[in-house]
Design a protein around this ligand. Structure first.
Ligand code: SF4
Length: 343
């Protein structure tokens, strides 16, 4: 166990990436970085982290911002519930903790949107609490190093890996220890082609000895992908019609075009026939992949939009006003395409 800590932390001190959130002990900045980096590559998250630090340099500035502006700044990063929770939590910390960031793992978990992983990261990085972080990188490194076959997406697996990670932690350096394992997972023990030759723990790696690397970590279920069928209506007049998504669903509180949603592929085809007859132009069939959903989409250009829609009240804006409204990447890409085609 001590070997694991020494080998990973020595390697980390020499090989770690110089990332801005590693040069601070401020829990607010660490929290921002952790929320931004969930489900996001460092290369993509970096510019968003810099933008949030610039636009919201303090917890108070984030709490007093409008949610619509926070969502706009988040635009393109996906998983928008993270931005809504971030904004809500900033207000919660001011109201319930007088603006002082909670400083223990257990207290942090009372904050909206902060689960085990983020609480452990903030508690260990900012406050040196010896609590182990277990994210996707840690699951991969531990499952391979100790050749563990318990599926990581089961209650038993979560418990086993959490306990192992906690046994490995060095209470004197919980921050460096946690970051070191994650960095080994991010840079060396990668999902597809782990670079075992340069790995600091290759001498003790059981999956390497047992030739089971490609089977670790084990997952019990495949993520089910839900198919959705969307018909968006675009008024072709120099204006845009938008509507706000208010339901608890993807893209809550973001804006989009008026929409009809079909329940299945057959209805999608029927609705397509109806709408393509009424439209002056329609896009090709577009697919847009989200983590658990595949969106099948067609945009229809109409001279006038005057129907009732599936997605609530519609209002009209000039194209120049668009920068005031947070929209999903799918809509942003399509609007860019319309603008470019008209140049
Ligand atoms: S030796 Fe290879 S499989 Fe084992 S932890 Fe290192 S990179 Fe991963």
């Amino acid at each position: 166990m001590a070997d694991f800590h020494l080998l990973t932390t020595d390697w980390y001190r020499q090989n770690k990436r110089d990332l801005p959130w590693r040069n601070t002990n401020d829990p607010y900045y660490i929290w921002l970085s952790e929320v931004i980096l969930q489900q996001t590559r460092v290369a993509q998250g970096l510019s968003y982290y810099e933008k949030f630090v610039r636009n919201y340099p303090t917890l108070h500035s984030l709490a007093s911002a409008e949610e619509q502006q926070v969502l706009k700044d988040w635009q393109g990063l996906g998983y928008y519930s993270r931005a809504r929770n971030l904004h809500f939590a900033a207000k919660q910390i001011i109201k319930e903790y007088g603006g002082d960031f909670p400083s223990s793992f257990l207290e942090l978990k009372n904050v909206k949107g902060i689960g085990n992983y983020t609480a452990a990261a903030i508690a260990s990085f900012a406050f040196k609490e010896p609590v182990a972080v277990v994210d996707g990188n840690v699951y991969r490194v531990l499952s391979r190093c100790f050749d563990l076959s318990t599926p990581i997406d089961t209650t038993a697996g979560v418990k086993e890996f959490q306990e192992l990670a906690q046994q490995l932690i060095n209470p004197a350096y919980p921050d460096i220890h946690n970051q070191a394992i994650m960095e080994v997972g991010a840079l060396v023990c990668t999902p597809k082609k782990p670079d075992c030759n340069v790995c600091p723990i290759n001498s003790m790696c059981l999956a390497k000895q047992n030739k089971t690397i490609e089977y670790r970590p084990v997952k019990s279920k495949k993520t089910k992908v839900r198919q959705r069928y969307l018909h968006y209506l675009v008024e072709d007049s120099g204006h845009l019609h938008l509507t706000k998504r208010t339901e608890k669903d993807i893209w809550q509180n973001l804006f989009e075009f008026p929409l009809f949603e079909s329940l299945n592929e057959k209805d999608f085809q029927l609705k397509h026939e109806e709408l393509s007859n009424k439209s002056i132009y329609h896009s090709e069939f577009i697919t847009h992949q989200l983590s658990h959903q595949k969106l099948n989409v067609i945009f229809y250009h109409m001279t006038e939009i005057s129907h009732a829609f599936d997605n609530g009240e519609v209002f009209k804006i000039d194209i120049e006003q668009l920068s005031d409204y947070p929209v999903p990447k799918l809509i942003e890409n399509y609007i860019e395409r319309i603008i470019n085609e008209r140049k």
